[in-house]
Write a protein that binds this ligand. Structure first.
Ligand SMILES: Nc1nc2c(ncn2[C@@H]2O[C@H](COP(=O)(O)OP(=O)(O)OP(=O)(O)O)[C@@H](O)[C@H]2O)c(=O)[nH]1
Ligand SMILES: [Mg+2]
Length: 238
């Protein structure tokens, strides 16, 4: 019950993918509408919201999982009762979190809000945090690692969306061979039996709401046939 009104359905979305592909940033953009380029590696996180979809009040649960293998044993718990799995890879990525931060918010570290010692401390912390994998590696790990894991803990028929993250970096134009094209992404989605393929950016906000609407539409869609159409209904946070 919520405020005296029955919640008719629970929708649980589970985000998985390599460390550093941007799961946490995307989720924060979704639920808090902000982008934090300093996001730290996740162990386990969960967000619960009440939403309205096609006039139904639903409980939306978003599970943020760890991409780092040290915490892999926590993921099976998060898969339990999942409605839709969102398998993420980066469309493009610089070689480290720090380089990426320089790219997405070059002005912030040098801003007047940082004193020199704290600026240096923040810089060091970021330098030490994990090295991001190349986009092509996070892409190939979808097929070699993440889909087999999802199939193992759920079923091969479980509803899945393939997400290409950090689309803003591809637009900024990295050298050829360091990014994934839309065609490559959508053909991987077909190969891996993902019902939908979406490209998005937590940094620019591109397609972020589309990610949520696509996953919710897929949850309510019994047959989950691949579709090129955008969802016709939109969810609203209450
Ligand atoms: N340019 C750009 N950078 C992003 C975007 N999303 C995330 N990042 C950067 O990528 C880094 C890693 O993002 P996270 O969201 O922490 O990655 P994660 O997938 O949650 O990583 P784990 O929690 O370790 O599994 C962040 O520090 C951001 O600087 C994006 O849309 N565009
Ligand atoms: Mg994370």
């Amino acid at each position: 019950m919520d405020g005296g009104t029955l919640l008719v359905e629970k929708i649980k979305l589970v985000f998985v993918g390599d460390a550093g592909v941007g799961k946490t940033c995307l989720i924060k953009r979704l639920v808090e509408n902000r982008f934090d380029p300093y996001s730290e590696p996740t162990m386990y996180d969960r967000y619960t919201r009440v939403i309205q979809y096609k006039g139904k009040r639903c409980e939306l649960v978003i599970e943020d999982t760890a991409g780092q293998q040290e915490y892999a044993r926590l993921r099976p718990i998060q898969y339990t009762d999942a409605s839709v799995i969102l398998v993420c890879f980066a469309l493009a990525s610089p070689s480290s979190r720090y380089e990426n931060i320089k790219l997405v918010s070059s002005s912030r570290l040098s801003s007047k809000f940082y004193s020199e010692p704290s600026r240096q401390a923040t810089k060091n912390k970021l330098m030490q945090s994990c090295i991001q994998q190349a986009a092509t590696e996070t892409f190939s790990n979808v097929q070699s690692y993440w889909i087999p894991e999802v199939n193992h803990f759920l079923t091969t028929a479980h509803k899945k969306v393939l997400l290409g993250t950090k689309s803003d970096l591809r637009i900024h134009g990295l050298p050829e061979g360091t990014f994934i094209t839309h065609k490559e992404g959508s053909s991987l989605a077909k190969k891996c039996n993902c019902a939908r393929y979406v490209e998005c950016s937590a940094s620019s906000g591109y397609n972020v709401n589309h990610v949520l609407n696509t996953a919710i539409e897929l949850h309510f869609n019994e047959k989950h046939k691949p579709s090129r159409r955008r969802p016709r209904h939109f969810c609203r946070f209450l």
